[in-house]
Design a protein around this ligand. Structure first.
Ligand code: CMC
Length: 431
C-alpha cells in the first residue's frame, strides 16, 4: 500500500520516478515537496506566476482565499482591525505574539526614538526632479539607508536584524512625508516624539511652519486601521521580492527597497492609485455600465482596477472592512465624495455580472482605500506610499523569519529555454 504522505511521479519516457513527500502546515492544503525531483527524474517544474507553488514555509500570515480568511500570527484580521493598533500589529508580526503592556511600551519607545532621518539624507532629496513620483523617491531613499547604516550591520546577528526592523518601521513615515513635502516644495518637518505613530506621520505630512495643524482624530484612527489591513499578506509579489533579494544576503534596506519597487506596479500596490484615477475617469454612475463592458472586452486591455485577486476567490476580507469604514469615515469627516457613489455602482454592477461572477472577481483591498485616503487629504500619488509604510512591518518580519530559518538558500528559479539552438559566430560581412 502506498504511503498517503507520498506522491509518486513517474516519467514514462525514461522510466525514472520520484517519490515526493507531502508537507502539511498548521492550516491550508498540503504541498508536494519537489526538492529531489530534478535529481530523480531530470525534470524541473513549470509554474509561471507561481499559481501552484509555495516558495517557503512561514508562520507569519495565513490566507484562505476560498473562504475569505486572513490571519496575522493566527489572529483574524477582523479582530485586529477592531481592537488593535498598527504598532501593536507590527510587534505581533515581528515577534509572533501580542505584546504585554511593558513589551509594547519598550517597542513604542524604540520606534519613537528612531524616527529621524540622518540630516545628510535630506540633501539626497534635493537631487530629485521636482515632479518625481513619490514611490520613486521612496524606493531610492530607503535604498540609501544602506549607505547610512550599512557599516555596522551584520545580517547574521539577531540584534542587528531587530535594529534594522525598528529603524525601517520608524523611519518609513518620516521618509514618506519628506517625499510628499519635497514634491510640493514645502520644508521637511522633524518627527514629534510626543505624538503616536500615525498622528506623528500626519503632522509630518500636513503641518506648516506658519500655523498649528488642526487634526481630526478620526483621520488618525482611519489611517491606523488602513495600516493594520495592509501590514502583511504572506508571499505576495513584493514580499517574495524582499525574500528573493534577502536570500542573497543583501542588507535589509536594499531588500525592502526592492519590495517597494515591486509594490509600485498597478497589478499590486499601485492599484490603489489606479482605482482612484479610474473612478475619476468613469466620473458618474451613468458611465459604469460602459466601464464594465470595456473590462469584459478581450480586445481591450482595460481592467477594473481594485477587482480580482490571485488568492481570494471570494470577498477580500480587508475590502469588506474598508468598504464599511469608507462610509463611516466620510460621514464623520463630513466629506461628500461623488466617487463613492460611482464605486458602489461599479461594485454592484460587477458583482451581478456573469463575467465577474464566473471568474470570481471581487473588490480587493485597493478598491475603497483610495476614497478614504482622498478624504484624509492624501494626494493620489501618495496612495501606494501609504501601502508601503504599512507593508514595511510585514516585509521586515518576513526578512527576519528568512534569516532565522536554518538551511535557507539563495532563491534561484530555473527556466524553459526557448531561444536559438547552439550556433557558430559569423563575421559581420556574412550576416
Ligand atoms: N478586470 C477585468 N477582468 C479581470 C480582472 C479585472 N480587474 N482581473 C482579472 N480579470 C480576468 C482576466 O482577464 C482573466 O480572464 P480570462 O480567464 O478570460 O483570461 C481572469 O479574470 C483571471 O485573471 P488573471 O489575470 O489570470 O488573474 P491573476 O491572478 O493573474 O491576477 C490580479 C490577479 C489582481 C493581478 C488581477 O485580478 C488584476 O489585474 N486586477 C486589477 C489590479 C488590482 O486591483 N490589483 C490589486 C490586487 S490586491 C492588492 C495587492 O496585491 O497589492
Amino acid at each position: 500500500m502506498s504511503d498517503p504522505k507520498i506522491v509518486k511521479l513517474v516519467d514514462e519516457s525514461s522510466n525514472r520516478s520520484s517519490e515526493l513527500p507531502l508537507i502539511s502546515g498548521t492550516l491550508g492544503p498540503a504541498c508536494i515537496d519537489i526538492g529531489t525531483l530534478y535529481k530523480d527524474t531530470g525534470h524541473f517544474t513549470y509554474d509561471p506566476g507561481y499559481g501552484s507553488t509555495a516558495s517557503t514555509k512561514s508562520a507569519i500570515t495565513y490566507i484562505d482565499g476560498d473562504q475569505g480568511v486572513l490571519l496575522y500570527r493566527g489572529y483574524p484580521i477582523e479582530q485586529l482591525a477592531e481592537k488593535s493598533s498598527f504598532l501593536e500589529v507590527a510587534y505581533l508580526l515581528l515577534n509572533g505574539e501580542l505584546p504585554k503592556p511593558t513589551e509594547f511600551a519598550t517597542f513604542e519607545h524604540d520606534i519613537t526614538h528612531h524616527t529621524m532621518m540622518h540630516e545628510a539624507q535630506k540633501n539626497f532629496f534635493q537631487g530629485f526632479h521636482h515632479d518625481a513620483h513619490p514611490m520613486a523617491m521612496l524606493a531610492a531613499a530607503v535604498a540609501s539607508l544602506s549607505a547610512f547604516y550599512h557599516d555596522d550591520l551584520d545580517v547574521e546577528n539577531p540584534s542587528d536584524r531587530k535594529m534594522a526592523a525598528i529603524r525601517l518601521i520608524a523611519k518609513m513615515p518620516t521618509i514618506a512625508a519628506a517625499c510628499y513635502r519635497y514634491s510640493i516644495g514645502w520644508p521637511m518637518r522633524y518627527p514629534r516624539n510626543n505624538l503616536e505613530y500615525v498622528t506623528r506621520f500626519l503632522h509630518m505630512m500636513f503641518e506648516v511652519p506658519s500655523e498649528p495643524l488642526q487634526m481630526n482624530p478620526v483621520a488618525a484612527k482611519a489611517l491606523d486601521l488602513l495600516f493594520i489591513l495592509h501590514a502583511d499578506h504572506e508571499q505576495n509579489a513584493s514580499t517574495s521580492t524582499v525574500r528573493l533579494v534577502g536570500s542573497t544576503g543583501a542588507n535589509p534596506y536594499a531588500s525592502i527597497a526592492a519590495g517597494i519597487t515591486a509594490l509600485w506596479g498597478p497589478a499590486h500596490g499601485g492599484a490603489n492609485e489606479a482605482v482612484l484615477k479610474q473612478l475619476e475617469e468613469i466620473g458618474t454612475p451613468d458611465n459604469v455600465e460602459s466601464a464594465v463592458l470595456r473590462a469584459k472586452d478581450k480586445n481591450d486591455s482595460f481592467r477594473l482596477m481594485g477587482f480580482g485577486h490571485r488568492v481570494y476567490k471570494n470577498f477580500d476580507p480587508r475590502a469588506k472592512i474598508i468598504r464599511e469604514m469608507c462610509h463611516k469615515v466620510l460621514a464623520e469627516l463630513g466629506v461628500n465624495d461623488p466617487l463613492l457613489e460611482v464605486a458602489m455602482k461599479l461594485e454592484e454592477a460587477a458583482l451581478k455580472d456573469d463575467y465577474f461572477v464566473e471568474r470570481k472577481l471581487y473588490p480587493n483591498v485597493d478598491f475603497y482605500s483610495g476614497i478614504i485616503y482622498k478624504a484624509l487629504g492624501i494626494p493620489t500619488e501618495m496612495f501606494t506610499v501609504m501601502f508601503a509604510i504599512a507593508r514595511t512591518a510585514g516585509w521586515i518580519a518576513h526578512w527576519i523569519e528568512q534569516h532565522e530559518t536554518p538551511g535557507s538558500r539563495i532563491g534561484r528559479p530555473r527556466q524553459i529555454y526557448t531561444g536559438a539552438d547552439v550556433r557558430n559566430y559569423t563575421s559581420g560581412d556574412k550576416r
